[in-house]
Write a protein that binds this ligand. Structure first.
Ligand SMILES: Nc1ncnc2c1ncn2[C@@H]1O[C@H](COP(=O)(O)OP(=O)(O)OP(=O)(O)O)[C@@H](O)[C@H]1O
Ligand code: SF4
Ligand SMILES: [Mg+2]
Length: 363
């Protein structure tokens, strides 16, 4: 059975921002799906929707089938059981969200105890094992967060995500704040855990290159929609949607001096999700738009085997050339934004609550 099957997912915030608009995604156990797109395109909203962590008043539609069970139709008790044990999330900026006054061992043990999986002694033992699994000595369980480096804290967050043996891990920008050496270590660690334990991974980043290197498949989002989805290497190397092409061209290629001396970007800003343009939402920025693009929206269409893109030019002989022209803007941004869980049920582990508070104060 498909581990995660998302069908026509829509999320509209209370203020009217249509942050996710009709997203379909599938993920099999043991596979890795990357989700990319510039700041504000709806990546974190999608991740939070998967575990029903969006603020009260947010309208969510569609289906989220986790092992065949619709997360959106679950009673809250079942949702709480599924969080951590069925699927867990490493939040954007999570390494800053450990509680500073609690030892990390206690914070890792908390979800294990909350889910009634163990006695205090067994939870302590499991905590030591988890720390070793993410490359930290078990003795570090007695450390406070300020005694660890940023990379070590991020490892602790990954250990927490693994604590209840979830079938699905959602990692929202797990390495963005880390230097390249630690980033590479964390990425290899995540890859190894997926391979060893057969969990499914959704990894979110604005960095297409990192996702192409780590994931099997890649979905590129624009204005709340998936505009291209396919095999990671193919989407990265020869994207078919003009936006995905521009995003990919924004990353310099090793061994290609021209990309170093002529970094490319995309003029203009992403649209306001509360006031989206008519037609193809990318048309005001699209370097190869047709007249019809201002009025006609485009569904995803076949771009190759297991590969889809939402552009009128896909499937025609003239798909707009290999890449859009260089422009003055740039595509990437990393300002965090987010939202919270359903109002205070009091059962979330400390780090989740701290993370939600951090995200509230950032927004
Ligand atoms: N709690 C909220 N209430 C209203 N609008 C929100 C809320 N959280 C996010 N949004 C809006 O929804 C859109 C998508 O935000 P989201 O955080 O999902 O983007 P993102 O792709 O994760 O961006 P980034 O790369 O910066 O993390 C943005 O326009 C954002 O302003
Ligand atoms: S549908 Fe038109 S505006 Fe949209 S990406 Fe394709 S060519 Fe550009
Ligand atoms: Mg985000």
């Amino acid at each position: 059975m498909t581990l995660l099957d998302v069908r026509d997912l829509t999320v509209t915030y209370a203020g009217g921002a249509a942050a996710v608009r009709g997203v379909d995604l599938r993920l099999e156990a043991g596979r890795k799906l990357g989700i990319a797109g510039e700041s504000g395109c709806g990546k974190s909203t999608l991740a939070l929707a998967l575990l029903r962590l969006l603020p009260a008043g947010t309208r969510v539609g569609g289906k989220i089938l986790l092992d065949g069970e619709d997360v959106l139709a679950m009673k809250w008790g079942r949702v709480r059981a599924v969080r951590w044990a069925g699927a867990s999330i490493v939040f954007q900026g999570a390494m800053h969200s450990l509680n500073p006054v609690h030892r990390i061992g206690d914070q890792i043990a908390e979800p294990i105890l909350l889910h009634g999986r163990a006695t205090a002694a067994t939870a302590r033992k499991r905590t030591g094992e988890l720390l070793e699994q993410v490359g930290l000595p078990a003795a570090r369980a007695s450390a406070y967060p300020h005694e660890l480096s940023g990379g070590q804290r991020q490892r602790v967050m990954i250990a927490m995500a693994l604590a209840c043996d979830p079938r699905l891990i959602i990692a929202d920008e797990p390495t963005t704040a880390l230097d390249v050496m630690i980033q590479a270590q964390i990425l290899r660690l995540i890859e190894q855990l997926v391979a060893d334990q057969g969990v499914g991974l959704i990894m979110i980043s604005h960095d297409l290159a990192v996702l192409a290197d780590t994931c099997d498949r890649l979905a590129v989002m624009y204005a709340g929609r998936v505009v291209e989805e396919g095999p990671a290497g193919q989407v990265y190397e020869s994207a078919r949607h003009p936006y995905a092409r521009a995003l990919s061209a924004a990353f310099p290629r090793i061994g290609d001096p021209s990309s170093r001396f002529a970094p490319r970007g995309l003029p203009g800003d992403p649209p306001d999700p509360a006031a989206l343009p008519a037609g193809c939402t990318f048309h005001p920025r699209c370097p190869v738009a047709l007249d019809s693009c201002a009025t006609e929206d485009q569904p995803l269409r076949e771009a190759g085997p297991d590969w889809r893109a939402a552009c009128v030019r896909v499937g025609s002989n003239d798909d707009g050339g290999p890449e859009p022209e260089p422009g003055p803007g740039n595509t990437a941004g990393a300002a965090g934004s987010g939202d919270a869980t359903e109002p205070g049920d009091g059962t979330e582990p400390e780090a989740v609550r701290a993370s939600e508070e951090a995200r509230h104060s950032a927004s």
